[in-house]
Write a protein that binds this ligand. Structure first.
Ligand SMILES: Nc1ncnc2c1ncn2[C@@H]1O[C@H](COP(=O)(O)OP(=O)(O)OP(=O)(O)O)[C@@H](O)[C@H]1O
Length: 621
């Protein structure tokens, strides 16, 4: 999936080598002989382009007819950004329902509140029974304490479920409160309704006779299985089209061995070109891939030669210096001075806290991350208290400091309850209201006196006192002096985190809104950049799912790895190979790989023996 447009090259025969794939896809939509399909192809092969082509074709051929019958073509994308990009390229035509899996499932089920209630209650009961069973059999200690806590929390939620009139759910943010559903509940419930309820299947097929999925190697397995079930029953009136690349499966919740589960009668066209990357990068991608499957791509004949370098560095080195040094070497050797420019290249790290370290927001990030209770909201910056500070307070302070009164007033009018419609209707004297809002802004701004920067907690306290912005009940709990010892783990973690200077919050916010040079290996899926620096740093990461040290021979395989390998299961080395493939194939022109390692010699030996890099391409720093 391509999100950053690059200049289209002049037309060449290479542009059309894979055109037959688009033709085969179009034939799948024939009314007499509809077929489902699985279009899996390597990085940069133009899958997104094929998806858009297929959709434009459908609009031309069937758009009017589908609209007349109130039907739509559904497209499920992996991220909101991908969703926006596809909608934009399809000119926002209402015939398409483009959404993420979460929004898609929620839209489908949200009006069945009674079923939702029954499902949630049943699921909590099962969880409690399961925990109770483990409690009875298990030993004491931390695990038992945690289970007891979980049982208590779930029992409380169960008791309140009956009183819920309407469950709510926000696919793009945090879902706080007992009447809201979690992301995983919506996925599980939605998929179950589809695979088990005949009526839900009829609704799905009736509304969306064609459903296309982008990045389907990472689409939640529950939904993929549910769609196979629907296909079995309704294959003559329901077309499923899957786009993706098994080599780019990097999340654990996608369906394993997806390609082996595809029904035999699905069309499976293959592509050979890589239109994105320079020749040397395509060559690297091909050898990396060869350990997993036999797909081999061809670079464009007009592609640049390109350049790759592997910098092998001891884990104890100063990372900032090393990365600057590597970028300088890249600039010299490629003659491309954008390697000297902070925003000229993208640095791919394995985990967000590594960006926290490099950009300076670790004190804010760590308490939240270590608590283990925030999911994607921490990654995308949608935790309510943080987004208030970054999306509203930060621009307000900036505008004030610049003396931009117009912008200050615009932000306050848009977001402050002091000036909302209700305030104006309740109070007749508008000057009073404006004065009150102005005083509230001054109270907050006074925290920046004498060149100091306040802590995030101080800012929230000022907001609480003046009511300048609306604070959710959780924010009020966070501001309570005993919050650090709260039973609510989110409250305790937020209290610890928000003690930091507001500057850390601003750096975190720049990172999550993609305004820095850093991104994670996982987060850049579908994107492309001219210059890429892939940073491999196991010692600096906390996860155990990936191990570059094992992939590059600096660390031995574990017993579990060997067992998994023998049983034909996915291993951490295979997972890391795929992640490495995804990260390297984002580069269009030049690629710097930095390996922080405990064993520089082993990394060098392995990378040369594997034919990933040549002797001349390896630099020991
Ligand atoms: N037939 C073609 N002719 C010329 N350029 C193409 C063609 N197909 C794709 N491209 C270009 O190649 C790049 C990669 O395409 P795209 O992002 O669609 O690939 P993808 O298969 O979705 O990649 P990935 O799986 O790595 O995300 C884009 O810049 C796109 O404009």
């Amino acid at each position: 999936m391509m999100m950053e447009m690059k200049n289209e090259k002049t037309q060449l025969p290479d542009d059309h080598v894979d055109d037959h794939v688009d033709k085969e896809l179009k034939q799948c939509f024939s009314e007499d002989n509809p077929k489902s399909f699985f279009m899996f192809a390597g990085a940069g092969s133009g899958k997104t382009r094929s998806l858009i082509n297929a959709l434009s074709f459908l609009d031309n051929e069937m758009g009017k007819n589908l609209s007349a019958h109130a039907k739509q073509i559904a497209v499920i994308t992996y991220t909101n950004a991908a969703c926006d990009e596809i909608m934009r390229r399809l000119q926002y035509k209402p015939i398409f329902a483009v959404s993420t899996i979460h929004s898609f499932l929620w839209e489908l089920i949200k009006s069945y509140q009674a079923d939702i209630k029954e499902w949630v209650a049943q699921s909590i009961r099962e969880d409690i029974a399961d925990l109770q069973d483990k409690q009875n059999r298990g030993r004491g200690g931390n695990a038992a304490e945690k289970r007891a806590e979980d049982i208590k929390r779930k029992t409380e939620r169960l008791a309140r479920i009956n009183t819920v009139k309407k469950f709510s759910y926000n696919p793009n943010g945090e879902n706080v409160g007992y009447d809201s559903l979690s992301h995983s509940e919506v996925i599980k419930m939605g998929s179950e309704f589809i695979s088990e309820e005949e009526t839900m299947q009829e609704i799905l097929v009736g509304k969306y006779p064609i459903l296309l999925i982008d990045e389907s190697q990472d689409t939640k397995k529950e939904l993929v299985d549910a769609l196979f079930t629907v296909y079995e029953k309704h294959g003559d009136s329901f077309i499923v089209g899957m786009f993706g690349d098994t080599m780019q499966k990097i999340y654990m919740d996608g369906k394993e061995n997806l390609s082996e589960c595809i029904p035999r009668d699905w069309v499976q066209p293959a592509k050979v070109m890589n239109h994105r990357s320079a020749k040397r990068i395509v060559e690297l991608a091909n050898v990396v891939r060869s350990t997993i499957d036999k797909q081999h791509q061809r670079p464009r004949s007009d592609a640049e030669t390109g350049m790759v370098r592997l910098f092998i560095v001891s884990s104890s080195s100063s990372k900032e210096d090393i990365e600057r040094q590597a970028a300088e070497i890249m600039a010299k050797e490629t003659g491309d001075k954008d390697w000297r420019n902070e925003s000229g290249y993208k640095s791919l790290i394995l985990e967000h806290h590594m960006a926290g370290n490099r950009l300076g927001f670790l004190n804010l990030y760590e308490p939240l991350n270590d608590s283990g209770v925030f999911d994607t909201s921490l990654r995308d910056g949608s935790i309510a208290e943080l987004s208030l500070l970054s999306n509203i307070v930060s621009p307000l302070v900036e505008a004030y400091q610049k003396g931009d009164d117009f912008e200050v007033s615009k932000i306050v009018r848009r977001h402050s309850p002091l000036l909302d419609k209700k305030a104006f209707t309740d109070k007749t004297d508008q000057t009073d209201l404006l004065r009150e809002a102005e005083a509230a802004v001054e109270d907050m701004i006074s925290l920046w006196k004498d060149g100091t920067t306040p802590s995030c907690l101080d800012i929230l306290k000022s907001i609480q006192k003046t009511k300048l912005f609306k604070l959710e009940s959780r924010a009020r709990d966070v501001l309570d002096d005993s919050a650090e010892n709260s039973d609510d783990k989110k409250v305790a973690a937020l209290r610890r985190s928000l003690k930091v200077s507001f500057k850390e919050l601003q750096r975190y916010s720049a990172y999550v809104t993609d305004n820095t040079r850093f991104a994670t290996h996982q987060g850049v899926k579908g994107l492309e950049f001219p210059r890429v620096m892939v940073i491999m740093d196991d010692a600096g990461s906390k996860g155990f799912l990936f191990s570059y040290e094992k992939l590059f021979g600096a660390k031995a395989k574990t017993k579990t790895d060997i067992e998994n390998e023998l049983e034909g299961k996915d291993t951490s080395i295979m997972r890391t190979t795929r992640l490495f493939y995804v990260a390297c194939t984002r580069a269009q022109r030049s690629l710097a790989v930095i390996a922080y390692t405990e064993d520089q010699d082993a990394v060098k030996k392995t990378s040369i023996a594997n034919k990933w890099f040549s002797e001349e391409e390896v630099v020991l720093l």
